[in-house]
Design a protein around this ligand. Sequence first.
Ligand SMILES: Cc1cc2nc3c(=O)[nH]c(=O)nc-3n(C[C@H](O)[C@H](O)[C@H](O)COP(=O)(O)OP(=O)(O)OC[C@H]3O[C@@H](n4cnc5c(N)ncnc54)[C@H](O)[C@@H]3O)c2cc1C
Length: 321
Amino acid sequence: MHPFTYHQATDAADATRALGAPAAVPLGGGTDLLVAMKEDIARPTTLVDLRRLPGARDIVLHDDGSARIGCAVRMADLATHAGVLERYASLAQAAASVGTPQLRAMGTIGGNLAQRPRCWYFRGGLPCFKNGSADCLAERGENHYHALFTPGPCHAVHPSDPLAALTVLEATVEVTGAAGTRTLTLDALFAGAARNASGETTLGADEFISAVLVPATAMGGNQFYEKLMQRGAWDFATVSLAAHRRIDGGVRIALGGVSLGPCRVNSSIEEDAATGGLDDDSIDALAERAMYDARPLEHNGYKVWQAQALLRRALRRLDPT
Ligand SMILES: Cc1cc2nc3c(=O)[nH]c(=O)nc-3n(C[C@H](O)[C@H](O)[C@H](O)COP(=O)(O)OP(=O)(O)OC[C@H]3O[C@@H](n4cnc5c(N)ncnc54)[C@H](O)[C@@H]3O)c2cc1C
């Protein structure tokens, strides 16, 4: 591991100042970053610990149904917080499905969204696109866990469970940097992730995710998260699905494990799900249509079947009739 210094940020200005140093990076629970440093795929010179920033560990529930989740709120907090369970069940379920109890006790929501892909070529330090080469080695290699939807060159998927839940809840992220604070949609945060050789987010070098903002429309309704894994526990999703029938009747459905960022299904499928009254044939047809644009590689075609199975189940659970 390369030598580094540790800086515990006291407030947002201190954090952005520290992140302005060359090769300084934010530190959450360190569960991904320290492993990446040991694997020598991350070589920061300064770790800027965000966990003591004012409000970073707070989940603030607003009366209108919205919420502000500080960047250092841990997976275990999200999974067990009474207000999150009651209002945003899909997010609590997604957080509860992350890794192991130890990881959930350390991993933060900011770090979970900004964690690096789990592709074995990348993690193994091989000359892949994310390690500075021109090509994705998974494209014609061992691509069992890779993406169904990607513009390339990279075919890795985003490993986060909460990302799919936050996508259907239409959450945004508050980003803080030297120039101030801005709000990004999840699509904007991960724009161009597969073409970005140095990371997956659009954050500037001195910026960090200071909070996740959950809108009022995310509260209640019928929402859930389901995750398929190769092993029964302690694993990343091969495919996952988050769904939300909102109180206003609108439906949102997103898949995880199939792309390097948020992956909402086609809005026409969400509209049919919102109308409901679907018989088995219509449900089969919608599940097939949702995966029409999937482009499986040699070894990950099973993910299309998994996604369709999750979609069929979700369309039945979402049906209001
Ligand atoms: C064995 C194992 C199994 C796992 N299984 C799952 C799983 O099933 N589902 C799942 O979702 N995740 C899983 N994870 C990932 C785990 O949840 C992440 O390691 C964790 O969420 C990262 O959070 P952290 O706070 O420890 O981030 P860190 O390790 O501190 O940081 C991760 C990355 O994010 C950056 N970062 C940290 N905080 C911020 C911030 N606020 N703003 C911007 N960038 C930031 C860091 O610079 C670093 O690049 C697993 C990890 C391991 C090691």
